[in-house]
Design a protein around this ligand. Structure first.
Ligand SMILES: *[C@@H]1O[C@H](CO)[C@@H](O)[C@H](O)[C@H]1NC(C)=O
Ligand SMILES: *[C@@H]1O[C@H](CO)[C@@H](O)[C@H](O)[C@H]1NC(C)=O
Ligand SMILES: *[C@@H]1O[C@H](CO)[C@@H](O)[C@H](O)[C@H]1NC(C)=O
Ligand SMILES: *[C@@H]1O[C@H](CO)[C@@H](O)[C@H](O)[C@H]1NC(C)=O
Ligand SMILES: *[C@@H]1O[C@H](CO)[C@@H](O)[C@H](O)[C@H]1NC(C)=O
Length: 299
């Protein structure tokens, strides 16, 4: 049977990619046809990138006034309990090579580490990580995770896009973006209260925590895969801590309390956004070059 499909067709959910479908002939004994571009594309299952569980932490601070002098100490306390650990999982857009982009996040974080309810005597209020609830002495997920898709991809090599120009080296990435599912941890810094002889939750501040970010391989949908990781962790919540807390978590990354000359105020600088720019350094020079990306063979 002969099939004549000529002209421009646009792929669902893919405003920027227009592909001229080449004239094709379907074989008399049909092999696996080229998959449909479903609205959400076709994702692989989630997989761990590493077996490492990233332990979460909080800070405790003690301020004492002795012989006319203030003395501050700050200690990082690892939370090896309550499922506070975080482990990224990624998935791959299997339909990208067919010119069909996927919708949704490419990375997510899942809780990991010890499920035992945190009971750190000096640190009240830390039981279970967000998304987990106490069940006896164990933290359990408050709502079950959504079921994984069962679809098995059968990518027909005959349908895979082949660009007419050389692919950008390493592929082209989108800007980094925040994930709604992974907000900046709101674990407060704890301040020692001499009166009560315990630490009291104070505030989340000072770029003291880290947050997951994702980026997308934008050239994959034009037949150019990317190298590198689709996620990173970046310091977040840069608002300066209020006295008597230390103003910024300057333990790593050189983020310090410094004067911002334009606002004439102290801030935690450089801000995470300045230090870890969100803007992609690997853009696709061929993104809008119809010479490179027309007449891609589909089917
Ligand atoms: C494409 O979609 C149609 C309608 O849903 C379906 O009948 C067909 O089997 C699909 N083809 C492939 C290759 O998935
Ligand atoms: C996945 O497939 C298995 C067996 O084929 C089935 O028992 C299960 O319900 C399916 N899950 C979903 C989410 O469709
Ligand atoms: C500590 O105790 C003193 C005197 O008993 C009181 O004035 C002060 O407000 C208390 N501070 C806190 C943080 O409770
Ligand atoms: C100083 O503050 C301005 C205005 O809030 C901000 O745009 C700028 O990034 C800050 N300067 C530095 C060095 O971060
Ligand atoms: C598109 O790519 C081709 C091949 O690399 C090049 O010759 C041409 O100048 C490009 N066109 C534009 C508009 O960038």
């Amino acid at each position: 049977m002969m099939l004549f499909l000529l002209g421009v067709f646009s792929i669902a959910g893919c405003a920027s990619v227009t592909v001229d479908k080449a004239r094709t002939t379907t074989p008399t004994t049909p092999t696996t046809p080229c998959g449909n571009c479903t609205a959400d594309g076709l994702w692989s299952l989630w997989e761990f990138t590493s077996t490492q569980c990233i332990t979460s932490w909080t800070w405790t601070e003690k301020t004492t006034y002795v012989n006319g002098k203030w003395s501050h100490t700050r200690t990082k306390v690892l939370l090896n309990c309550g499922m506070y650990g975080r482990q990224p999982q990624i998935r791959t857009c299997l339909s990208n090579p067919l010119g069909c982009p996927c919708k949704g996040d490419v990375v997510r974080q899942v809780g990991c580490g010890s499920a035992t309810v945190c009971s750190i005597k000096e640190l009240p209020g830390i039981d279970c990580a967000p998304g987990y609830v106490k069940s006896g002495s164990i933290c359990v997920q408050s709502s079950p995770p959504p079921p994984e898709s069962n679809i098995t991809a059968e990518i027909n090599e005959r349908c895979v896009l082949k660009p007419n120009c050389a692919c950008p080296k390493g592929g082209a990435w989108s800007d980094y973006e925040w994930l709604e599912s992974a907000p900046c941890p709101t674990i407060p810094t704890y301040l020692y209260s001499q009166n009560a002889s315990l630490y009291k939750p104070y505030e989340a501040c000072g770029a003291c925590q880290q947050q997951l970010q994702q980026r997308f391989c934008v050239s994959a949908v034009r037949g150019c895969p990317c190298t590198g990781s689709p996620y990173r962790l970046m310091r977040c919540n840069p608002t300066m801590c209020t006295f008597p807390l230390f103003r910024c978590c300057n333990d790593i990354d050189n983020i310090k309390q410094q004067v911002n000359y334009s606002t004439k105020r102290y801030e935690c600088l450089p801000t995470p956004i300045d230090k870890w720019s969100l803007v992609s350094t690997q853009t696709d020079p061929y993104a809008s070059n119809s010479t490179c990306f027309k007449d891609l063979q589909i089917g």
